[in-house]
Design a protein around this ligand. Structure first.
Ligand code: CO8
Length: 259
């Protein structure tokens, strides 16, 4: 169905694999179009509760935007490309379902930016992150200047974006930009366990939580708290809220219906 993406759904979990291993899964125009398409499908599919995104092969998650295409951009098309990519990564960040990046190997430039847009990042020990755009005469254009700064803080983001240096999974973990580092052989198992745990939660509350946390960097504290109260109230109107609280009081396991 797709040329550069593998897509599978199993037990409420969607698996998206960027599949151009001969080019280290670099994001060309075609791959970005397919990513857009697949995430719209996932968003609209009520039977998908969580997503795992990874790269084909053992060497790379995504080694960046495709430099052979970048090389042809001018000021007009450069803006269009950046905005189109940002729209796709915004779609992922605002999917309403948790997206886990299972980072296997190089995650450079647009590859790091893709991981930053996800809700969780599990890195294999061989993962290598970086925003090397500076050495190509550009800056990150798929959200790196904004999301890495929010995730790592301004001091670190400024250093990483201006030097373009690569950093390991261990450093990424110490910086707080990945959730966990695991051996490569355990990466998918680890991501799957997390996805299954997330899929077992009441899905309306999951959606409200993602929205509330995403908005934390977009608003003032006053507006953010107002939004939180509104989203909290929506949760209070669900059957799952009654079930979750009743189950606690009755000392039994809740059975959520996602209603
Ligand atoms: N684009 C295109 N092709 C790539 C890319 C890439 N980003 N990365 C690797 N490839 C290709 C190589 O050209 C090579 O192809 P071929 O076999 O046909 O020569 C193949 O993949 C294998 O790569 P290498 O032989 O280079 O493998 P190595 O193990 O020697 O090196 C590296 C691996 C270190 C990952 C190296 O490939 C590399 O440095 N890649 C480029 C990394 C990079 O700079 N990425 C950032 C790109 S810029 C970006 O992502 C900006 C995003 C925002 C754009 C917004 C506007 C559009």
């Amino acid at each position: 169905m797709y040329q550069n993406i593998l897509f599978e759904v199993k037990d409420k979990i969607a698996y998206v694999t960027i599949n151009r291993p001969e080019k280290l899964n670099a994001l060309n125009f075609q791959t970005m179009s397919e990513l857009r398409d697949v995430f719209i499908r996932i968003k609209n599919d009520d039977d998908i509760y969580a997503v795992i995104i990874t790269g084909a092969g053992e060497k790379a998650f995504v080694a960046g935007a495709d430099i052979s295409e970048l090389n042809k951009l001018d000021a007009v098309t450069g803006r269009e490309f950046a905005e189109r990519g940002q729209e796709i990564f915004n779609l992922i960040e605002n999917l309403g379902k948790p997206v886990i990046a299972a980072v296997n190997g190089y995650a450079l430039g647009g590859g790091s930016e893709l991981a930053w847009a996800c809700h969780f990042r599990i890195a294999a020990e061989n993962a290598v992150f970086g925003q090397p755009e500076i050495d190509l005469g550009i800056i990150p254009g798929y959200g790196g200047t904004q999301r890495l700064t929010r995730l790592a803080g301004k001091t670190k983001a400024m250093e990483l974006i201006l030097t373009g240096r690569r950093f390991t999974a261990k450093e990424a973990y110490e910086m707080g930009v990945v959730n966990k580092v695991v051996p490569l052989s355990e990466l998918m198992k680890e991501a799957e366990e997390l996805a299954k745990a997330l899929a077992s939660k009441p899905q309306i509350a999951v959606r409200m939580a993602i929205k509330a946390v995403n908005m934390a960097y977009e608003t003032t504290l006053t507006d953010g708290l107002h939004l939180e109260a509104t989203l909290f109230a929506i949760c209070c109107g669900t059957e799952d809220f009654k079930e979750g609280t009743s189950a606690f009081l009755e000392k039994r396991k809740p059975v959520f219906k996602n209603k």
